[in-house]
Design a protein around this ligand. Structure first.
Ligand code: SAM
Length: 151
């Protein structure tokens, strides 16, 4: 699996969170960063979205992280992830920068994924996604990390 995201993640709590879950993930999650852009709000969004799209491997199956995207409960997401991993295409998650993804990036996505209707800081979203991917894989493997029916 690959994560393509805007900006350079500096050492700190967000990097620790990403590392905590990504090192436990199988298949591994390769992170590829594209540079922050400069300019007006609209230019930043367009440039960063183009950089994300340019970094896609050929025939990628693209899941764009988007507040307005599709939300899942953990069991459904686990099943969905297993389905994505069985596809004969590289699975790629996209996370926008502080100005978000533009319409072209969302249009290229095969799926959208929401981590809830609230907006999270883009650097935190990497770790949140990694935890949800780890949880989904734990559910598929009947690993006790996910405690069904308990808070
Ligand atoms: C700070 S948010 C961008 C907010 C921006 N105002 C917008 O309208 O998209 C940066 C990125 O983090 C991701 N993100 C933030 N909150 C999210 C959520 N609740 N669900 C899924 N992705 C989220 C998205 O990829 C988004 O492009």
């Amino acid at each position: 699996m690959r994560l393509i995201a805007v900006g350079r993640l500096k050492p700190g709590p967000e990097a620790d969170l990403l590392a905590r879950y990504s090192k436990r993930l199988s298949p591994r999650l390769d992170v590829h960063e594209v540079a922050d852009a400069r300019g007006s709000f609209a230019e930043v969004r367009r440039r960063e979205s183009q950089a994300l799209l340019s970094a896609l491997p050929p025939s990628a199956y693209v899941v764009a992280l988007d507040e307005g995207g599709r939300a899942y409960d953990s069991l459904s997401f686990s099943r969905k992830l297993e389905h994505w991993l069985e596809l004969p295409r590289p699975l790629v998650f996209l996370i926008g920068g502080a100005e978000g993804l533009d319409a072209d990036a969302v249009a290229r996505a095969d799926e959208t994924l929401s981590l809830g209707p609230m907006t999270w800081p883009h650097m935190l979203v990497r770790g949140l996604l990694a935890e949800q991917l780890y949880r989904a894989r734990a559910i598929s493997a009947n690993h006790p990390y996910h405690k069904t029916g308990r808070p």
